[in-house]
Design a protein around this ligand. Sequence first.
Ligand code: ATP
Ligand code: MG
Length: 151
Amino acid sequence: MNTKLILCATDGSEHAFKALEFAADLARSKNAGLLVVHVQRVHGSGRISPEMQELERIEQVRVTEADILRSAAERIASEGAKFAQTKGALDVESLVVEGDAARGIVDTAKARDAGAIVIGSRGLGDLQGLLLGSVSHKVAHLAPCTTIIVR
Ligand SMILES: Nc1ncnc2c1ncn2[C@@H]1O[C@H](COP(=O)(O)OP(=O)(O)OP(=O)(O)O)[C@@H](O)[C@H]1O
Ligand SMILES: [Mg+2]
């Protein structure tokens, strides 16, 4: 296993935090960097609601749907990275990419030559009884490297 870089994917769910804890441990014990990735599904439009237009006028800020989605995505990634640091990972980077979640995770792992991918078995989806979410299922099929599904 090429262990220079471990990629951990997070959607901000409890399951993802368990994956981050495992990934932080692994990164520390292998002396590897940890890349925390969140994939933003929707780009959002540049258009805004009348309420937001009013807010922009009063507060003199610019708030598009895309801005809001982007900052929510940045927060999920950076909170994941911060959490991994509290769990002992030393060299941590956070990244937001856009597109299909599984594709985004797999393509980033390829582009950054990650030695391993760590993901949760489930995420934010609330379908009871499913052992694997669709993202972890698809990543396990398409991954270019060792993939650890944390339960
Ligand atoms: N948008 C995303 N960005 C990064 N990682 C993600 C994203 N969505 C899911 N993951 C990763 O995949 C793991 C499994 O989530 P998944 O989405 O497959 O399960 P689910 O939400 O329960 O099911 P589904 O989305 O199919 O309804 C998460 O714990 C997380 O590690
Ligand atoms: Mg999901």
